[in-house]
Write a protein that binds this ligand. Structure first.
Ligand SMILES: [Zn+2]
Ligand SMILES: [Zn+2]
Length: 343
C-alpha cells in the first residue's frame, strides 16, 4: 500500500508526495482516511505559513477534520477492530499533566494535534492515532459528515459554555462554517430564536437554509438576546453582540461577575456580563472541544434521533438525522455495518 499525502512546503506550495505507511503503536489504530474537511486553520497555514506562534518550519501535512476506516490495530487495542468506520478527534493529549488530570485535556500544553506544526495532519491516505481518539460512526452518518464532527464540537462546546437551553434567544455573529454549526447546535439545544449575522449574503442564505430563524446584515439591530456566540472575529460584531445581550445579562441576577474580563479579537467583554458571552474562537476554546470526551459523546445524540419514527431516510434501516441540513439522511443503502463496541 502506498501512503500519498498533500504536503505543505511553503505558503501556496502543496505537493502530493509518498509518505511511509504509519505503523500503529500498542494502543493506536491506523485509519484509511476517506473524508477530510478544510478548516480555517488549514487555509491560514496554506496562505501565510503560520497562525500566530504556530509556524510551519518544515514540510507538513494539513487537515485535521477527518473520518475513515480502521485498517490496522496495535497489539493492545480493545475499542476498535479492522473495518470500523470512525471519526477522529485530532488532538491527543499527554494524559499526565495538571490540565489533563483535571479533565481539561484540551488545554494540555503537550497535546499532539493534527496539522499543527510540527505534527502532520490527515490529508493523507493513512494516519495513526490513539484508539481513544477514534469514535465509531453510526450507519446513518456518511464519512463526510463524520469528518465534520470536529468543527461541530466547537459549536457544542460554545453552546454549553453559553448555557444555551430551551426557549433561549441566541445571536451567532459570523456565518462561516463554525457559526453555521454553532447556530444548528443552539437549535438542537432548544433555542427558539437563533439569529445569525454576517456581511456576506450567500452565507446568510445558508444560515437561513440550515435553520436560523433570522438573518442580520451589518446594519441590522439584533435586539435583545439571551446568549451571544461570537464566530466572526470582527470587533464590530463582538461589540454589537454584547450590546444585544448586555442589558439582559447585567439585569439578570443569575449572571454575576464571576467570569473574569476576557478579550476576544481586541474587544473587551465586561466581567459583569457573565458567562453567556461565548466566543467560539476565544483562545482557550480555540482548539476543539474540552473536555472532549463528553463533548464528543454528544455528537451522535445531537445529530441522530433516538425515536425511530423520526427517521426519514430511504433504504437504510440505520438511524438518520434531523437538525442540520448539511447532515442529510442517506438515501442509499449503507454498505458497512457499524461495530460499536460495548464500553
Ligand atoms: Zn478546525
Ligand atoms: Zn497533558
Amino acid at each position: 500500500m502506498t501512503n500519498r499525502a498533500a504536503v505543505l512546503h511553503a505558503p501556496g506550495d502543496v505537493r502530493v508526495e509518498e509518505r511511509p505507511m504509519p505503523s500503529p503503536g500498542a494502543r493506536e489504530v491506523v485509519v484509511e482516511v476517506t473524508a477530510v474537511g478544510v478548516c480555517g486553520s488549514d487555509v491560514h497555514y496554506y496562505e501565510h505559513g503560520r497562525i500566530g506562534d504556530h509556524v510551519v518550519r518544515a514540510p507538513m501535512i494539513l487537515g485535521h477534520e477527518s473520518a475513515g476506516n480502521v485498517v490496522e490495530v496495535g497489539s493492545e487495542v480493545s475499542r476498535h477492530a479492522v473495518g470500523d468506520r470512525v471519526t477522529l478527534e485530532p488532538g491527543v493529549p499527554c494524559g499526565r499533566c495538571v490540565q489533563c488530570r483535571a479533565g481539561r485535556y484540551n488545554l494540555c500544553p503537550d497535546v499532539v494535534f493534527f496539522a499543527t506544526p510540527p505534527v502532520d495532519g490527515a490529508f493523507a491516505n493513512f494516519v495513526a492515532i490513539h484508539e481513544d481518539f477514534a469514535f465509531a460512526l453510526p450507519d446513518g452518518m456518511s464519512d463526510e459528515v463524520g469528518a465534520l464532527m470536529e468543527p461541530l464540537s466547537v459549536g457544542i462546546w460554545a453552546c454549553r459554555k453559553a448555557g444555551v437551553s430551551a426557549g433561549d434567544r441566541v445571536l451567532v455573529t459570523g456565518a462561516g462554517p463554525i457559526g453555521l454549526l454553532a447556530a444548528q447546535v443552539a437549535l438542537a439545544f432548544g433555542a427558539t430564536e437563533v439569529s445569525v449575522s454576517d456581511v456576506n449574503e450567500h452565507r446568510l442564505g445558508v444560515a437561513a437554509a440550515t435553520g436560523a430563524t433570522r438573518t442580520l446584515g451589518p446594519d441590522d439591530d439584533p435586539g435583545e438576546v439571551d446568549a451571544l456566540i461570537e464566530c466572526s472575529g470582527h470587533p464590530a460584531a463582538v461589540a454589537a453582540g454584547i450590546a444585544a445581550a448586555i442589558t439582559l445579562a447585567c439585569s439578570d441576577g443569575v449572571f454575576g461577575s464571576s467570569t473574569p474580563t476576557t478579550t476576544t479579537h481586541g474587544t473587551s467583554i465586561p466581567a459583569s456580563c457573565g458567562r453567556r458571552f461565548m466566543a467560539a474562537m476565544a483562545p482557550q476554546q480555540q482548539y476543539s472541544s474540552p473536555p472532549s470526551a463528553p463533548t464528543w459523546g454528544s455528537h451522535m445524540s445531537i445529530v441522530l434521533p433516538r425515536d425511530p419514527k423520526n427517521t426519514t431516510g430511504g433504504a437504510s434501516s440505520g438511524p438518520t438525522v434531523r437538525t442540520a441540513s448539511f447532515i442529510r439522511p442517506q438515501s442509499e443503502g449503507v454498505s458497512r455495518r457499524l461495530s460499536l463496541k460495548p464500553r
